[in-house]
Design a protein around this ligand. Sequence first.
Ligand code: ADP
Length: 337
Amino acid sequence: MSGAISPATGCEPFRTPAGVFLDTSTGLWSTEWSGLGGWVATMCGGCVDAGWKVMTETYQQSVAAERHPIVSLYHVTKLYGKRPALQDVTLHIQHGEFLFMVGPSGAGKSTLMRLIYMEEFPTEGQVTVAGFVSSKMKRGKIPHLRRKVGLIFQDFKLLEDRNVHENVAFPLYVTGASNSYIKKMVMDVVSRVGLYAKRNSLPRELSGGEQQRVAIARALVNSPHVLLADEPTGNLDPDVTREILKLLFTINAAGTAVLMATHDHDLVRRYGHRIVHVEQGEIVKDEAAYGTPGVVARAALAAEDEAAATAAATERRAAPAAGALQEPQHRNPAPGA
Ligand code: ADP
């Protein structure tokens, strides 16, 4: 049967009962028709086509069944001076999982992400990410780990004097990749985030939502196994927030685990994904995902889109009426004017 080997990695994929192929080493897909009914999928991280909706549920079930952590923190304490930013934190993020981390400012969310990115190391305990172990980490291995972990921030952190293409290409330049490979990968991820037409624009020529999309594309260009998003919607209005969430869910559906930190409790409630609550450096609650999270999230986003469209239509209908009220003031200037 065709599709037995993932073209993305050359690894033998795992076949789910529904006929969906999942490469167990990476969680990536590519699409092929099996001839046996149902989708055969090995959708590589970049390929999010019409088939992804069909595949997502099966994918998430198979990932959940596999219970394969991509990130583990074991009894991690991080002190700054004598003050703990994190205290005895144990957390596992499964391959392909979407996880919200909520907590007030100063709770320790960014510190936890820096430990996963191995920008910081635990004072006590151990962090394991894609097979890299914090206590055994050598300086030379850090770039290899960073290729498996994408990062996005509230303030985008783009290079202001470089255009979209150059910003996204940057992580590949530093790895010494060939120009043709860089071009192909950058075009791929820039298209995925919907910015192909703006690939030559500078950050200041883009909206906040577009700038965050550039940051997401930059984080994806190395095909990471896990994406860390530190308050990615903190500076964005509700409509743009929804667009960014949709993009993160789509990226997750294609196999990348996503950890998104936010202080916005209301935002995370609606989408069915697991929610870890952090307060004063401790995990105080870990709420499991409910339903099939991809399905719950899509339904919630669709309902929100519909509500936003209805509100916009109501506003449009109300606008001429308001104009009509104001018009006579222009036509009939005050006496003596
Ligand atoms: P959050 O991301 O939830 O807002 P942080 O992880 O940034 O929280 O901070 C957790 C705690 O650690 C805070 O008390 C903060 O002041 C402290 N902290 C964070 N980074 C440092 C640092 N580099 N040096 C000293 N204290 C720090």
